[in-house]
Ligand binder design. Structure first.
Ligand code: GDP
Length: 531
């Protein structure tokens, strides 16, 4: 195997998906701790803006400032290089989260054992399912009084439409939580509470010594043994192909805050989760161990210093080997880029990066040369597909208080739109720009940033629109000609988005059905991929 191929094969790139409060931050920190990437627990915690201040955009600002360093964390474990991508927790930023999920090869779903499957988890999981992303499941907070494991397992299977294959099984819960049984190694790992140590909690008892186990853990053990027996009869064996296709999820139990069950997750990531696989571009499929570099921008984040307006483009390396100072082509614009100050993400520190391989994430500071969805290559004309934009669900009109600053407003919105912070629409008729978002908070952040970064006091007011759909027409159905006919007939409710894609705007969802019936050759899209 070439050095390149073996480096790629070591990569594990994943994200944690969960509902707020399930324990994502805690588990992230513990993964870093166990892999030796950080020494002190609590280092990750500090970055988390208070999620209770849900509409406090000052908090969001703060979070934006510090989250660049922690939005990607790289650690080494078990001979693998693990890239953990953070997903913004607040649901108003779910669009950003969806795009982050396109850059990973697997996801770790954290479930609060008391609450079971919660709404945010369900939504994020749907995105993973749509892409057949393999999912590992971690059932957290077993040190609390929670639902019984069979009920939980059943709920996960039903709600998420995946077969759950338990790899560990809990013995007791809450005060009587005794530990987990490793169903493959056939031992019980004894629970030992404790927040900050990595060592310890290592007591393992073989299942063969039933008498000793029953004596020590009593009822809790007997019950677990009974459940396992039940499982044994109905169990689907683990099938790697089914897991990789997103049909089966291995399930682990633990307590992140007590460092319990974290090791098993790291082991599963290295042993079960996949290395980078080939990715589709419009022109061809790209293998991760091809010698030439390719990558795609899946996230853009304004940099720490708003005054400089530089931003970091997060690039997932799709193939080849990245070296500092190499010449890259931005395929969309044909422009050449020679990034010298690329950053990598080693746990908490932003470091200057020297090299990266397929599956890694690199950050390229720039002033707008790079946009969401951009493909970078060594010269080849390639466009990776699959970066989603979702039709906004909320709309606002935006104007400037001072008409002399119209230019600044447009420039600001252009940049914020390119970052993916908001969607900007130019109506076919009239001159008032429209903003589209999936969450209310996005409008507040945009107003705040327009004022502080672009010196524009924007007047953001309500809009009558409720629904947006991108419209296209296949060549076989009349293509551009038919699309033009549609646009002309609907000019009063048509707008153009940031990349000049025609968008139909409606006041009521019911209107859409009527229009779809009247225009059978036009296709209406709630999601568009970057083209
Ligand atoms: P996030 O919103 O998903 O990032 O959740 P956090 O990691 O911030 O955790 C939410 C709360 O649950 C915090 O108060 C944690 O201390 C707590 N927590 C996390 N893991 C556990 C656990 O295993 N047991 C218990 N009892 N609490 C936990």
């Amino acid at each position: 195997m070439s050095d390149l191929a073996s480096s790629v094969r070591q990569r594990r790139t994943f994200a944690i998906i969960s509902h707020p409060d399930a324990g994502k931050t805690t588990l992230t920190e513990k993964l870093l701790l166990f892999s030796g990437a950080i020494q002190i627990a609590g280092a990750v915690k500090g970055r988390k803006a208070s999620r209770h201040a849900t509409s406090d955009w000052m908090e969001i600002e703060k979070q934006r400032g510090i989250s660049v360093a922690s939005s990607v964390m790289q650690m080494e474990y078990g001979g693998c290089v693990i890239n953990l991508l953070d997903t913004p927790g607040h649901q108003d930023f779910s669009e950003d989260t969806y795009r982050v999920l396109t850059a990973v090869d697997a996801a770790l779903m954290v479930i609060d054992a008391a609450n079971g499957v919660e709404p945010q988890t369900r939504r994020l999981l749907q995105v993973c399912r749509a892409r057949n992303t393999p999912i590992l499941t971690f059932v957290n907070k077993m040190d609390r009084e929670v639902q019984d494991p069979l009920t939980l397992m059943d709920e996960i299977e039903r709600e998420l439409g995946m077969t759950v294959v338990p790899f560990t099984w809990p013995v007791g819960m809450g005060k009587s939580f005794a530990g987990v049984i490793d169903l493959r190694a056939k031992h019980l790992r004894v629970f030992e509470p404790g927040e900050d140590r990595v060592q310890g909690g290592d007591e393992r008892l073989p299942l063969s010594d039933t008498a000793a186990l029953t004596q020590r853990f009593g009822m809790a053990y007997d019950q677990a043994a009974g459940e396992i027996e039940l499982l044994g009869e109905a169990a689907t064996p683990f099938d790697a192909a089914d897991f990789l296709a997103g049909r089966q999820t291995p399930m682990f139990f633990g307590s992140a805050v007590n460092n319990f069950g974290v090791q098993e997750i790291l082991d599963a990531l290295t042993e079960l989760a996949p290395a980078p696989a080939p990715r589709a571009a419009l022109q061809r499929e790209v293998a991760p161990d091809e010698p030439k570099f390719t990558g795609v921008v899946f996230k853009i984040q304004a940099n720490m210093d708003p005054a400089h307006r530089d931003r970091i483009a997060f690039v997932r390396v799709m193939s080849g080997h990245f070296e500092r100072g190499m010449r890259l082509k931005v395929v969309r614009s044909g422009k050449e880029l020679r990034p010298n100050t690329v950053v990598s993400f080693l746990s908490q520190r932003r470091e200057l990066l020297d090299e990266a391989f397929g599956g890694d994430i690199i950050g390229i500071p720039n002033h707008g040369v790079l946009q969401l969805g951009d493909t970078l290559t060594e010269g080849e004309s390639l466009q990776f597909t699959g970066l989603p934009f979702f039709a906004p669900e909320m709309f606002r009109s935006v104007e400037v208080a001072d008409p002399l600053r119209t230019k600044q407003l447009k420039a600001g919105l252009q940049q914020l739109g390119e970052e993916g912070a908001i969607q900007v629409f130019r109506p076919e008729l009239g001159s008032v720009l429209l903003l589209g978002a999936v969450g209310q908070l996005q409008f507040e952040v945009v107003a705040h940033r327009l004022e502080h970064e672009y010196g524009v006091k924007a007047r953001i007011t309500g809009s009558r629109y409720q629904v947006a759909r991108w419209v296209t027409c296949d060549a076989a159905d009349g293509g551009e000609t038919e699309l033009k006919r549609f646009i002309n007939a609907n000019s009063h409710r048509l707008a153009w988005d940031a990349v000049n894609a025609p968008t139909l705007l409606l006041e009521y969802a019911a209107e859409l059905r009527a229009i779809e019936e009247n225009w059978p050759k036009i296709r209406f899209h709630a999601m568009r991929e970057h083209a």
